[in-house]
Design a protein around this ligand. Structure first.
Ligand SMILES: Cc1ncc(COP(=O)(O)O)c(C=O)c1O
Length: 370
């Protein structure tokens, strides 16, 4: 047996893979309600499915680098296809950014809490993650973020709207971060749910170190199909091409994304459905004393039940055991242990989830009286 340690990158033992245990469980038990990961509950349209089937007939051929899709995306942002990089989901964009900028010991500054994959991919490259707690209101803490920057900071992550807190970074704060001149990823994975908010894509014309990322996984509802993209200065995108795997997006995925891109009404339908669900969850859970749902511009709602004397995981375990609903508990934040997140499901699933959480509190009251 070879001594692998002699050959492996020395920081590998510090890398914890992204936890996909919930997905393994959900796929093995289709009756469970998948409200633990931010998916879209509405499946792809017939047009998208047909486009995939048609592309499959050419499945003996290698794809190009998405010439047609990049042109369509570029047109909508009034950019050139040379400003567009396509990824195997925006997770690949995140990974590419780390591969381009991070060497062992370099630092990635990001908000806490946020999407955990940024940290996972930074660590995979030997990078150090510098999480900056959000304010008690769960807003970006700009002074703290600026203080966290050191000469070793190679990447700053701005997720807007942020997963899981649901809010945007104010423009003034964003510009102060961008003005530092450090490669900055603005992750707009959820922006399509709120087209009334403008994309920060125009910043790439003024700042060659800004990368704006999007995905087809959320509002477009194609998480399993795996297409994302980022926008950046032409020269920066050329560096992405040097680092990328060729054929990173399959012919089937490209066809699906092109079809979805053209179906604007379908996107509107999906976002309206989601946003009605967010309103419902926030309104219903705010009625429970001590429970604070944070209004979200994404397809999830973060809830803090600390003031009701509850730990997030207690609720998550209860709704799973009683009703087969999978949610996600969060680590304590600023000493508050009550955080958990609901990823929006169908309206029926949302109602079931609200019922189940209400029952949790009723049972608890009864238990206390006994
Ligand atoms: C903020 C954010 N960015 C990116 C992603 C990754 O999405 P995908 O790789 O499916 O495009 C997610 C997924 O949850 C996310 O929450």
């Amino acid at each position: 047996m070879a001594d692998l340690k002699r050959f492996l990158v020395p920081w590998i033992d510090q890398v914890k893979p992204y936890d996909t245990g919930d997905l393994v469980l959900a796929w093995s038990r289709p009756e469970l309600k998948r409200m633990m990961i931010n998916e879209n509950p509405i499946p792809p349209s017939e047009k998208v499915v047909e486009a995939i089937a048609q592309a499959a007939r050419m499945g003996n051929r290698y794809p190009d680098n998405g010439t047609r899709l990049r042109a369509k995306i570029a047109r909508r942002y009034d950019l050139s296809p040379d400003n567009v990089f396509l990824g195997h989901g925006s997770s690949e964009v995140i990974d590419m950014i780390m591969r381009l900028f991070i060497t062992p010991g370099d630092e990635v500054v990001l908000p806490n809490p946020t999407f955990s994959l940024y940290g996972v991919r930074a660590k995979a490259l030997g990078g150090n993650v510098v999480p900056v707690d959000m304010t008690p209101d769960l807003e970006y803490d700009l002074p703290a973020m600026l203080r966290a920057v050191t000469p070793r900071t190679k990447v700053i992550i701005v997720c807007s709207p942020n997963n899981p807190t649901g809010g945007f970074i104010p423009d003034n704060d964003l510009i102060k971060i961008v003005e530092l001149g450090i490669p900055t990823m603005i992750d707009e994975a959820y922006l399509e749910y709120h087209p009334e908010y403008e994309t920060k894509a125009p910043l790439i014309r003024r700042y060659n170190h800004v990368i704006v990322a999007h995905t087809f996984s959320k509002a477009y509802g194609m998480a399993g199909i795996r297409v994302g993209y980022c926008l950046g200065d032409e020269r920066l995108i050329q560096y992405f091409r040097k680092m990328q795997n060729p054929w990173n997006v399959s012919l089937l995925s490209l066809a699906a994304a092109e079809a979805a891109w053209d179906e604007e009404d379908e996107l509107k339908r999906k976002t309206a459905y989601n946003n009605a669900g967010v309103d419902y969850i926030v309104k219903e859970l705010a009625k429970i004393p001590g429970v604070k749902p944070y209004y979200s511009h994404g397809n999830y709602v973060l809830i803090d039940a600390t003031d009701a004397g509850v730990i997030g995981k207690e609720i998550v375990d209860y709704v799973f055991e009683k009703d087969g609903i999978m949610l996600k508990a969060f680590a304590p934040l600023r000493g508050r242990p009550g955080f958990f997140r609901i990823a929006l499901g169908t309206h029926e699933e949302n109602a079931l989830c609200v019922q189940s959480i209400n029952r949790f509190f009723e049972d608890r009251k009864k238990g206390k009286k006994k």
